[in-house]
Design a protein around this ligand. Structure first.
Ligand code: TRP
Length: 349
């Protein structure tokens, strides 16, 4: 009962930020399987909006190559894996187009055109790019493709005339840079060829990894969308809580406590979570009680996803067909937009 109320209120909240005329485009880099952070941050919004608006999900393999060119086969292998994750959580290809970035040649041509509207200094100032350059330790050896990926992402978004982009808050600088490009194209064309877009942010804050640091597929601190029961148990047990909370009777900290971050994101009964926080703060509630509760909540969420994924994984031809049909449909859309943008640059339509 309360689970349904919560599911509805969260879905309603997202719908109220979108209207039926919105065009939704978002994407994921196929560098690994998706995890619960993706689910809380963006997949849940996409599910809520499915059928309400025109929606396309882009598997951004070209963007993945901008920092992983040495792992090209790894990236290629993960294209169908990400598609499986989408289908397993309930993305319906009859309502949502799933397309592969590298199969849409209009995106490459749009990127080349947009590169003329952006300075290197502006790209170097992009906070997301700056942070990622630091994490990857590129220093002076930044691949040019990596520095320019915000331009390619602007191509992704504008090629669908997207108005709403469900993403995590780390992607806000990408939206801002896209809108700068949109305004320049429109000024060049002397007409409104492309719409500006806005981000659709999740109502739950970014989920940490089980160790409290940034969740990452490569660090192994994220909970995969199709985690096994054992994996869920192991990862929940490993969750960082409050090192000062030694005995159950000690008062505990809720802020920065990973178990509470996950309960806030996924527990269908927020009133009880609120209660548990109170008792934890006051002392008298052990970590294991919370961890067992979370284990149950995550198992209930993940079990149907895991089962559906296993079933779909047996039908490779179906998954490939979804990607082929989706990319074909997306090609028609993006080629039409490219014609308009070529016009803005006085190139033959
Ligand atoms: N940059 C996004 C990420 O790392 C993935 C992405 C590629 C994307 N193209 C996009 C997101 C277009 C939104 C819109 O998660």
């Amino acid at each position: 009962m309360s689970a349904n109320i919560l599911a509805h209120s969260r879905a309603d909240e997202r719908r109220s930020q979108a209207d039926a005329t919105d065009v939704i485009l978002t994407g994921d880099r196929p560098t690994g399987s998706l995890h619960l952070g993706h689910y809380a941050g963006s997949l849940r919004s996409r599910l809520a909006l499915q059928g309400q608006c025109t929606q396309t999900l882009l598997i951004a393999d070209l963007q993945a190559l901008t920092d992983s060119s040495g792992r090209a086969t790894h990236v290629a292998r993960h294209v169908p894996e990400v598609a499986l994750d989408y289908l397993a959580v309930g993305i319906d290809p009859a309502q949502t187009t799933i397309a592969v970035q590298s199969r849409l040649s209009a995106l490459a041509e749009l990127t080349v055109l947009y590169l003329n509207l952006v300075t290197v200094a502006r790209l170097e100032r992009n906070p997301t790019v700056k942070a990622e350059v630091e994490v990857r330790g590129f220093e002076r050896d930044i691949p040019a493709g990596f520095l320019c990926y915000p331009v390619s992402q602007a191509a992704d978004i504008t090629a669908f005339r997207a108005t709403l982009v469900p993403v995590g808050d780390d992607q806000l600088p990408m939206i801002e840079q896209t809108n700068e490009i949109v305004r320049r194209v429109n000024r060049l064309a002397g007409a409104s060829v492309l719409p500006e877009c806005r981000a659709l942010l999740s109502s739950t804050p970014r989920l940490p990894g089980v160790d409290g640091r940034k969740a990452s597929k490569s660090v192994g601190n994220a909970i995969p969308l199709s985690a096994t029961t054992d994996e869920i148990r192991r990862l929940v047990l490993a969750m960082y809580t409050d090192p000062g909370h030694v005995r159950a009777s000690d008062p505990g900290r809720v802020e920065g406590n990973v178990v509470f971050a996950y309960l806030d994101a996924f527990d269908p009964d927020p009133t009880t979570v609120c209660d548990l926080k109170e008792r934890y703060r006051g002392g008298g509630l052990g970590d294991m009680v919370l961890k067992r509760r979370l284990e149950g909540v995550l198992e209930a969420l993940v079990a149907p996803i895991r089962a559906r994924r296993a079933e779909l994984a047996r039908d490779r031809a179906y998954v490939m067909d979804v990607l082929r049909a989706g990319s074909e449909r997306a090609n028609a859309t993006t080629e039409a937009v490219l014609r308009d943008v070529r016009g803005a640059f006085a190139l033959d339509a």
